[in-house]
Design a protein around this ligand. Sequence first.
Ligand code: ATP
Length: 337
Amino acid sequence: MAEKLLELNNLKTSFRIKDDYYAAVDEVSLTVNKNEILAIVGESGCGKSALAFSIMGLHTRAKIEGDILFKGNNLAKMSPSEINKIRGKDIGFIFQDPLTSLNPLMEIKDQIGETLLLHNKNMSKTQRYERVLDLLNKVGIPRAEHVMNQFPHELSGGMRQRVVIAMAIANKPELLIADEPTTALDVTIQSQILELINKLKNEMDSGIILITHDLGVVAEMADRVAVMYAGQIVEIADVKTLFENPLHPYTKSLLNSVPNANEEQDKLHVIQGIVPSLQNLPREGCRFADRIPWVDESEHDKHPELNEIEPGHHVRCSCYKHFSFPDESKEGQHVLS
Ligand SMILES: Nc1ncnc2c1ncn2[C@@H]1O[C@H](COP(=O)(O)OP(=O)(O)OP(=O)(O)O)[C@@H](O)[C@H]1O
């Protein structure tokens, strides 16, 4: 039986814009188990990073509601100092851009050493040195003894991201959150980093939240996938089910946006438009309705919930039952040309 590590119950993260709060993460509930990769996918602006930052307690000015249960303890109710004890120790974070996580003025060994020291006050200098070396080797950095004395700007993008991963796993976190960890890297390095994350999952038995817009990465890495649109999860399923039997129109469109041999056909089956801005999000009814205007209003639920339609496979709104991509000849105006 899967062991639950993280449980989000109706998590709502709202940002203040002028005089009002707007939810960027709107009542999200999900779980992450040990030794599992949960991918979160969706277009830019759908709330993936806001969700990840909420779990890490990194939003300083947002309003957070709902529960973030990490091994049964509610992070949403903890004080900043309590969260600091967990962040970087039990929960590691890999950001998209390694330069945002690294201090340009510190040698690599000191950056990783500092992370170690923060949560292991009694670690001697020699122990730290050995552990840094061990971590750099673990993440596949060649000539680690030399690299540990270098500054971030002296390393390539791929090497910097490896250092960030070494920092994220320094204290053997049980949960690792990786927000677009390979977006800034070229393809060969990308697959090496992903392989590394996979290996770490198995070695440390960690749960991993992998945020990405790259469905190729999802297919290769994820055990389960949550699809986010406009702050909500619209579909969640194990990776095989999601790719073989996607149901929500948004999921179908995302999957069709991946170029393949049948590109001409697929282009016809990608839904136009973008995620609305926070202030313009429709807060009532199906948030995706505006992007599929050929589906009649009566075919959307008034209050769309995530419904479990088979074990482990949840879909929001009933519109998926009535949805098909418009035929090119009939509805050419709704498809990308
Ligand atoms: N601090 C903030 N204040 C106000 N609005 C914010 C803030 N952070 C994010 N948003 C808004 O919240 C929404 C979700 O943003 P978020 O960065 O989580 O999206 P995302 O899915 O991670 O996108 P990307 O893939 O581009 O990183 C967007 O409309 C964004 O403009």
